[in-house]
Design a binder for this molecule. Sequence first.
Ligand code: SF4
Ligand code: MG
Length: 325
Amino acid sequence: PEPILEVRGLTVHFYTYAGIVKAIEDVSFDVYRGETFALVGETGCGKSVTSRALTQLIESPGRIVKGKVLYHRDDGSTIDLLKLSEEEIRKIRGREIAYIFQDPHASLDPLYTVGYQIAEAMVVHGTVEGWKEGFRKAVDILRRVLIPDPENRVKNYPHELSGGMKQRVVIGIGVSNDPKILIADEPTTALDVTVQAQILDLMNKLKKEYNTTVILITHNMGVVAEMADRVAVMYAGKIVEIGSVDQIFKNPLHPYTKGLLRAVPNPLAKIERLEAIPGTVPNLITPPKGCRFHPRCPYATERCRSEVPKLKELEPGHFVACHLY
Ligand code: SF4
Ligand code: MG
């Protein structure tokens, strides 16, 4: 497999009045061309921060303090996305690397029609000749995201659409410029359970049609099982395990991953809540020394309390950061 992204040592801190929040620390992973790569973990584990940092989408008081995000373009060139100026990264964000966020209400502007907002995404990046072509293409895009009666729907304002329809529009904006990488952050979490499955099906359909690489951010192992090829499990700002969906579900190695999976008796059942692993997610201003999971880990030893475990490859493609191995 050929990587499209190589993330190395990515570290993001938030400089708050209460102290420095070490939101993600030394995060490294590859994303392969054409795959769906899931980042999974509990709220606050750093999965959203990681996905946003890939294109420098970190706002003050956050700062990317270290790391590289090597992006291998179709033309064979490689660029470090973290070295680009704001102007340069803006040309890539929304064009080659697009985002879909959790809440469609917040993603759409209530004052503009959905057609306008889809057209605008293309006009801004110059992927259409002008507004006229943009509006024409917006109808096509609504059709591709399976919105009925697209010729009329294109003139609707967001409030005239249901939550599921709005998220289809947001996904349409995401794919409008035919991005190479689509980053979807909890794309179904804000929706009714019945609509969630339809949106996941739509994403799989579009991924095939557009041949896009997808990075999926989720806290739901059922969604991972259904959508992903490979998974990185995050805990308290660190990646603790990476593997194929098969490796992670059939042979989880990290005690945290095992805990997550105990919550999912049938991984294909869409279970919303992860089992509460005893203990709470640590405060990231003063994270636990050594392995950040040690206060919650039934196997913790002295070494775990002092030495940070490094990611090691235990079988081809299966990495774990734990002193047990
Ligand atoms: Fe548990 Fe130690 Fe492994 Fe951390 S390194 S998960 S504390 S056994
Ligand atoms: Mg999040």
